[in-house]
Ligand binder design. Structure first.
Ligand SMILES: CC(C)(COP(=O)(O)OP(=O)(O)OC[C@H]1O[C@@H](n2cnc3c(N)ncnc32)[C@H](O)[C@@H]1OP(=O)(O)O)[C@@H](O)C(=O)NCCC(=O)NCCS
Length: 170
């Protein structure tokens, strides 16, 4: 099993993999694979923080971190994360999140935002974003809107996350 940056030749396989993974997801709008394609073309895209998990020469996992704005600071949004159904519950999702957060930390990023299952993401250190004074622009349950400060700081930003437009028009 290998985790590496995505390559252009992976794009069609990633598209199909994400579509397949979200078919059985708890929450999905069915457009996650299209959001990825739009984000790749946007200024929010970070090639070094878009990773795939490869097993037996097949792409079985994907994670993307894109730039957002939180008040005066530049942060990251973790979305989407997907693992092929047949490969779920084997810690591939965990490895992708951990590797992505490590790279982002080394690149100097502070806040990463995720909208997702709080039980899943809390294991990586994500907490309710309100602890950092960070608000969601979306009408979502507070406990599912989470943040982490990769540099271990606890300062409050008192700001709402501004996502790239692709997140609003998807
Ligand atoms: C969420 C997802 C990426 C997890 O990937 P994974 O490789 O199966 O995760 P891991 O093996 O690292 O962790 C599995 C553990 O996480 C927990 N878990 C997995 N999915 C969960 C969910 N939706 N809610 C809560 N806990 C979850 C379980 O406790 C599981 O433990 P178990 O294997 O002992 O049952 C995968 O289920 C997936 O692709 N789902 C569809 C797409 C999706 O919902 N993405 C998340 C968007 S926020």
């Amino acid at each position: 099993m290998q985790i590496r940056k995505e390559r252009e030749e992976d794009y069609p396989l990633i598209h199909d993999m994400i579509k397949n993974a979200f078919k059985t997801a708890e929450h999905s709008d069915g457009n996650e694979q299209d959001l990825v394609e739009k984000l790749r073309k946007s200024s929010a895209y970070i090639k070094d923080l878009t990773l795939v998990c490869v097993e037996n020469e097949e792409i079985v996992g994907f994670i993307m971190f894109t730039k957002n704005r939180i008040g005066e600071t530049e942060g990251l949004s973790l979305a989407p994360l997907a693992v092929t159904p047949e490969y779920q519950h084997r810690r591939l999702g965990t490895l992708l999140v951990k590797q992505g957060l490590k790279l982002a930390k080394d690149m100097g990023y502070e806040h990463v935002i995720v909208l997702g299952n709080n039980k899943y993401y809390s294991r990586f250190g994500f907490i309710n974003s309100k602890e950092f004074g960070i608000q969601s622009p979306f009408d979502v349950p507070s406990k599912n809107f989470m943040a982490i400060n990769l540099q271990g700081k606890k300062n409050k930003l008192n700001a709402m996350v501004e996502y790239p437009k692709e997140f609003y028009n998807n």
